[in-house]
Design a protein around this ligand. Structure first.
Ligand code: HEC
Length: 126
């Protein structure tokens, strides 16, 4: 009896863990078939400069970062690579978590986020 109840709890836990990362907005990132998509190079992801580096830029300090974590930048490929998947998750939250709504910047388009997703899942090519 008690074991059965715990089993149900464990099953629920697993189901929920598969649903997303840390709860917020539940990102549903589509899986990319790297063999069939055109994977962009970092330099083609120009929206990172326009929509993200505005706050997440190595050249941005103090208030200019608008509270973007100092360790997370997207203005160079070296900085962007380790955070590629995290960035994708932010963009597939509903509504997208970045750029923050308070920033009044244009939202990232479907084409832009799927290009970033392909880049992130298919080897982050230069
Ligand atoms: C107006 C400034 C601003 C812009 C523009 C911006 N961010 Fe952020 N970003 C923040 C702030 C502030 C945080 C920390 C608070 C939070 O996570 O909401 C953050 C956090 C993050 C994180 C870490 C999230 C986490 O849960 O720890 C990632 C990844 C991220 N941003 C990616 C992006 C991407 C990709 C873009 C461009 C599409 C972008 N950001 C644009 C301000 C910005």
């Amino acid at each position: 009896m008690k074991t059965g109840f715990l089993l149900i709890l464990a099953t629920l836990g697993v189901t929920m863990a598969c649903g997303g990362d840390d709860g917020e907005g539940e990102a549903e990132v589509p899986e990319v078939d790297c063999a069939t998509v055109t994977v962009p190079r970092y330099a083609e992801l120009t929206f990172l400069q326009d929509s993200c580096a505005h706050c997440h830029g190595a050249d941005k300090e103090g208030p200019a970062r608008q509270e973007a974590p100092v360790s997370i930048n997207f203005d160079t490929i070296e900085a962007a690579k380790p955070f590629a998947k995290e960035a994708v998750e932010e963009l597939y939250e509903d509504p997208p978590a970045m750029p923050p709504a308070s920033a009044n910047l244009p939202a990232v388009t479907e084409a832009q986020r799927s290009a970033l997703n392909a880049w992130a899942q298919c080897g982050t090519p230069e």
